[in-house]
Design a protein around this ligand. Structure first.
Ligand code: CMP
Length: 146
């Protein structure tokens, strides 16, 4: 779009994946969110079952990495959050960096902390429709601060 960002109030689902939790970098990720003025509208820790991980990543069913991804995502606790703000879907994706940390920009979370394409520390929704599905997967309305 010409003229830069359109200003749209959005929500996105953010996850600190089991590799981030087990390596003790929850605080690092949250510090970056706070330093960059992201509003955290909801947050909790949970340990997904394999079935729950498969349901969350249903769009990737059939892909070669689906089995390994859902095993990894159910291997330990994760932190799930709702972030809210203008253009937050894109802004958070920029903070995370590319899925493949080798392609992620300097200074991004994945560039600094990811160890492989699967164990890439964080997840973020990629569009408003997926954000709505992903937020509802973990949170009800009463759990989201407005
Ligand atoms: P995420 O943003 O959570 O979305 C799907 C996840 O699958 C991705 O991050 C990675 O953790 C994992 N993954 C593993 N291999 C691939 C791949 N080749 N392409 C995309 N995602 C992959």
């Amino acid at each position: 779009m010409k003229g830069g960002y359109r200003h749209v109030m959005e929500r996105t689902l953010a996850i600190i994946k089991p590799d981030g939790v087990s390596r003790g970098i929850i605080g690092e990720v949250i510090k970056r969110l706070e330093n960059n003025d992201f509003k955290i509208a909801a947050m909790k820790m949970l340990h997904l079952s394999k079935k729950q991980a498969e349901g969350f990543y249903a769009v990737h069913q059939g892909k070669p990495f689906f089995e390994s991804l859902t095993a990894f995502m159910s291997s330990g606790p994760a932190v799930v959050m709702v972030l809210e703000g203008e253009n937050v879907i894109t802004r958070y994706r920029e903070l995370m960096g590319a899925t493949n940390y080798k392609e992620a920009a300097e200074g991004t979370i994945r560039r600094e902390f990811a160890t492989d394409i699967e164990k890439n520390v964080v997840h973020g929704s990629d569009a408003p429709e997926t954000a709505a599905f992903e937020i509802a997967y973990y949170f009800n309305n009463l759990e989201i601060v407005i």
